[in-house]
Write a protein that binds this ligand. Structure first.
Ligand code: ZN
Ligand code: ZN
Length: 171
């Protein structure tokens, strides 16, 4: 993208050939704040559409995980976990079944809620983080989440999965 186009999209100041360091810093700040909208409402929905969970703002913790459990839970290459403050969840609709088990990674009790009709795992609670609710990131279809911040169980990643270089990687 050409610099002038980039700047007019992300910055408030008029286009000029050589911006000052301060203008560049402001530009980066503006971009950072544009990505965070504390009042944006999002709906995560199961594949049949009968179950949903509504949240406000961005997740507190947002990452992907390559462990076998996440692969088996999703049937995909990795799981996307978005943890929201429970106070930012304002509606849970639909009928759910619950799968309770002791998670080895967090060494705590975990309760996974999945749609009774289609089986999509939509959200979960960890006894180790009682003020957070995990939501399956891929279920936010209309208003998708941004780029996850970290990658868990990195050594168990499929070799063909390529991740953004800025993502923090934990083994
Ligand atoms: Zn469903
Ligand atoms: Zn995992």
């Amino acid at each position: 993208m050409r610099w002038t186009v980039f700047k007019s999209q992300f910055c408030g100041f008029a286009a000029q050939k050589y911006p000052t360091k301060l203008q560049l810093k402001n530009c980066r700040l503006a971009r950072r704040y544009e990505m965070v909208d504390r009042n944006l409402k999002r709906i995560a929905m199961c594949s049949c559409g009968k179950a949903s969970i509504e949240v406000k703002g961005d997740p507190e913790i947002h990452g992907i995980c390559h462990c076998n459990n996440c692969k088996q839970r999703t049937g995909s290459a990795f799981g996307i976990s978005a943890y929201f403050k429970t106070e930012n969840i304002f509606a849970i609709n639909g009928e759910f079944s619950c799968y309770s088990f002791h998670g080895s990674q967090t060494n705590s009790l975990q309760q996974r809620y999945f749609c009774k009709f289609c089986g999509t795992t939509l959200y979960w609670n960890l006894a180790s983080s009682p003020d957070l609710t995990g939501i399956a990131g891929g279920c936010f279809v209309e208003n998708p989440l941004g780029v996850p911040r970290y990658s868990n169980s990195y050594k168990n990643k499929f070799s063909w999965v390529k991740l953004p270089w800025r993502m923090k990687k934990y083994s």
